[in-house]
Design a protein around this ligand. Structure first.
Ligand code: SF4
Length: 314
């Protein structure tokens, strides 16, 4: 295997295949408030294309999807995945109610909360600690970073920098919850060096999982306008594969990789994956790894006083 896959990780952790059930809440995001249009790549539906209506209760959404998946794959264990927008951007009271509802649904083994690094607070984490104890459910945080280049973070209007991400990861890790970082390796303005630096910072922070997205351009996003008026250009597929393979080479072999490319329904996007199918991209990625003789972590020799190992010191 070229990298540590998420499905294998879940199978080892839970003893069998585990399926994610997306939950869509009627919430927003601090980066989309007060006339702010949010991240330049954010579509007006947030990021959850497959989500159910946020008008349905958490229990209803989970049970409906669970039923479908159980019938199809004979699945028995599930992750309640609070996916869309910023899932801690609400009062503690409301947060408590949604999470407790999910914890009570049968066969849920993990609650996964997708949020922004500037929306993590002690009181919310304390409550999740109680939930873990009471229902024997694992807690996982998905935190958007996208790039470690703070100039790019500013240009894409993320509304936070690298420091907020570092602190959020440390806060969540202190509770023993697992963390996943979302990264985009082909943001306009970024280079191969940014991708490598991203792998190094995530390795130093010891996040558990990395979810990689190739940048796509949703219709109704600021990026859509910038792309069409020529303000931004996107790197080639070959450049993306170069960044992706180098990113994985520098990434700690302990970190699980959940995804390598985005999967977006065509009707939503102006540009995605260079017009190449997901399967074809995956084959090309494997050819690149083979050609370079790369495996995840093959260049992971830069932490823990690495310079001292390179010299015969007296
Ligand atoms: S943080 Fe997420 S929901 Fe908020 S604007 Fe950015 S992509 Fe959209």
């Amino acid at each position: 295997m070229y990298y540590r896959t998420y499905s294998d990780y879940l199978k080892t952790k839970y003893g069998e295949k585990v399926y994610k059930l997306p939950v869509n809440l009627p919430i927003s995001c601090p980066n989309r408030m007060n006339g702010n249009q949010g991240c330049s790549f954010c579509a007006d539906v947030g990021t959850g294309f497959e989500a159910m209506s946020s008008g349905m209760s958490v229990t209803e959404q989970l049970n409906k999807t669970k039923e479908k998946i159980s019938r199809r794959y004979k699945a028995k264990k599930f992750i309640a995945y609070f996916q869309n927008y910023t899932n801690t951007f609400m009062s503690l009271e409301r947060f408590r109610a949604y999470i407790t509802e999910a914890a009570k649904v049968e066969d849920i083994v993990e609650i996964s909360i997708s949020t922004r690094p500037d929306c993590i607070k002690k009181e919310y984490l304390d409550f999740l600690k109680q939930i873990r104890r009471e229902y024997q459910i694992e807690i996982h945080f998905e935190l958007g970073l996208q790039t470690v280049n703070y100039h790019t973070l500013k240009n894409i209007n993320r509304g936070h920098g690298l420091a907020e991400f570092i602190q959020a990861v440390m806060q969540v890790q202190a509770y023993g919850f697992s963390t996943c970082a979302h990264m985009i390796l082909n943001l306009p303005g970024d280079t191969l060096e940014d991708a490598v630096e991203g792998a190094k910072i995530l390795s130093a922070l010891r996040v558990d999982v990395v979810k990689l997205h190739s940048l796509y351009i949703p219709k109704n996003s600021q990026l859509y306008t910038q792309y069409n008026d020529g303000t931004i250009t996107l790197c080639s597929k070959e450049e993306y594969l170069e960044r992706l393979t180098e990113f994985l080479a520098y990434l700690s072999p302990e970190i699980v990789v959940e995804r390598l490319f985005s999967r977006v329904p065509e009707e939503y996007s102006e540009f995605s994956n260079w017009g190449t199918s997901w399967w074809k991209l995956r084959d090309e990625f494997e050819e690149w790894m083979e050609k370079k003789n790369y495996r995840q972590g093959c260049r992971f020799h830069y932490l823990n006083g690495a310079a001292l190992d390179r010299w015969e010191l007296e």
